[in-house]
Design a protein around this ligand. Structure first.
Ligand SMILES: [Zn+2]
Length: 215
């Protein structure tokens, strides 16, 4: 369990911190202000800004008014100042290959991002007090033991929500467990009051819904 927490922290730090220097470099490269990376103060925003910077076209700054212009512009779009010949790059329309690469990378990025979020959320759930409480209750409950037989373990991911605000909170989630005989679904409803979690409802979905706790 300890290593899971450490890995999770490292993971969060990586996707929070690493995009910031990369984004600053990218912004300078593309002629945008590196100050955009201040968004990186918030977790995941840095990654988002970095990704956007990867996809926006490179710009050049007008020496006269500071306006950002396309690399192939001959004159500034704001003040009409003529750019030096050496700074004008020939206009190349986007090729099909380029567009495919672009779209594929966006899809891959979104996919990786979603997987990361799922792993992160799952880890958060499985490290939560109310989740551990539910699993422990099942392992100490005669009826659950009868259905599943010893060593009831979680299997698969958790779905639902846990929200806390200050010393109170709510939990409503489900997950699968396996015992030595079979696999069933578990439903949990919990409440946090004065910093203490309490299981309100705990049900097992076997052939029918079986009540373990219902206050
Ligand atoms: Zn200008």
């Amino acid at each position: 369990m300890e290593t899971t927490i450490i890995l999770m922290l490292l993971f969060i730090l990586t996707i929070w911190i690493v995009p910031i220097p990369l984004g600053i470099k990218k912004a300078k490269q593309k002629g945008f202000s590196p100050h955009w990376m201040w968004f990186g103060i918030f977790p995941l925003y840095g990654l988002l800004v970095f990704l956007i910077l990867c996809f926006v076209p490179k710009m050049k700054k007008c020496a006269n008014c500071g306006e950002k212009n396309k690399l192939y512009a001959k004159t500034c779009q704001r003040c009409n100042n003529a750019f030096e010949e050496s700074t004008i790059i020939e206009y190349k329309p986007e090729t099909k290959k380029h567009r495919i690469i672009k779209i594929t990378s966006i899809i891959v990025a979104v996919f990786v991002f979603s997987i990361m979020m799922i792993v992160l959320l799952d880890g958060t759930f499985k490290n939560s007090e109310i989740y551990k409480m539910a699993l422990e209750t099942l392992n100490n409950n005669a009826q659950a033991q009868m259905i599943l037989n010893k060593e009831i373990k979680s299997s698969g991911s958790v779905t639902g929500s846990i929200s806390t605000s200050g010393s109170s909170g709510n939990a409503d989630f489900s997950f699968s467990v396996t015992g030595s005989t079979r696999k069933v679904k578990v439903y949990v409803i919990g409440i946090k009051e004065f910093d203490k979690w309490r299981l309100m409802k705990l049900y097992i979905q076997d052939k029918e819904l079986i009540k373990i706790i219902d206050e």
